[in-house]
Design a protein. Structure first.
Length: 151
């Protein structure tokens, strides 16, 4: 079972006000992939006219959270998703809208098996950041854990 796009959008906007602050748009959300877009806004620019590094990081982390919630929504009664670590490489200055494509690196079955065994399930989400011309402008990895709620 996965959450529908509208449920993920409204849930993240309610739980994470910064998503609203950045004006993030949800282009696609599925069980193993999410694509979020940050509109090009001057108030989010840095000193070289591209999106601020912090805004790009927030876009990538939000995309990773969207795919995690969409994939594991049916497990949230028994486990809490926690971002444990994140790393980002800024490759070039982005121009225009920026999209973040987040992809899970483990299957839902693998993660669920860890939970069923009483373990904290750990996995990564890989994120690719692209600008309006589809150029890759950054790469990011967020390490997540689904911690059983009985701990």
């Amino acid at each position: 079972m996965t959450m529908d796009l509208e449920a993920v959008k409204s849930g993240l906007r309610a739980a994470v006000p910064f998503v609203r602050t950045l004006g993030l748009e949800f282009d696609e959300v599925g069980q193993d992939r999410a694509v979020l877009r940050m509109p090009d806004r001057e108030d989010l620019h840095n000193h070289v006219g591209g999106p601020h590094a912090g805004a790009m990081f927030a876009l990538g982390e939000s995309a990773s959270g969207a795919v995690v919630i969409a994939c594991f929504s049916d497990l949230l009664a028994r486990a809490t998703p926690l971002a444990k670590h994140a790393a980002i490489d800024y490759l070039k200055v982005a121009r225009g809208d920026v999209t973040a494509e987040a992809v899970l690196t483990r299957t839902k079955a693998e993660v669920t098996a860890d939970l069923d065994a009483g373990k904290t399930a750990k996995f990564e989400v890989k994120i690719t950041l692209r600008d309006a011309s589809a150029e890759v402008t950054g790469e990011m990895t967020v390490q997540w854990a689904l911690r059983p709620n009985d701990r």
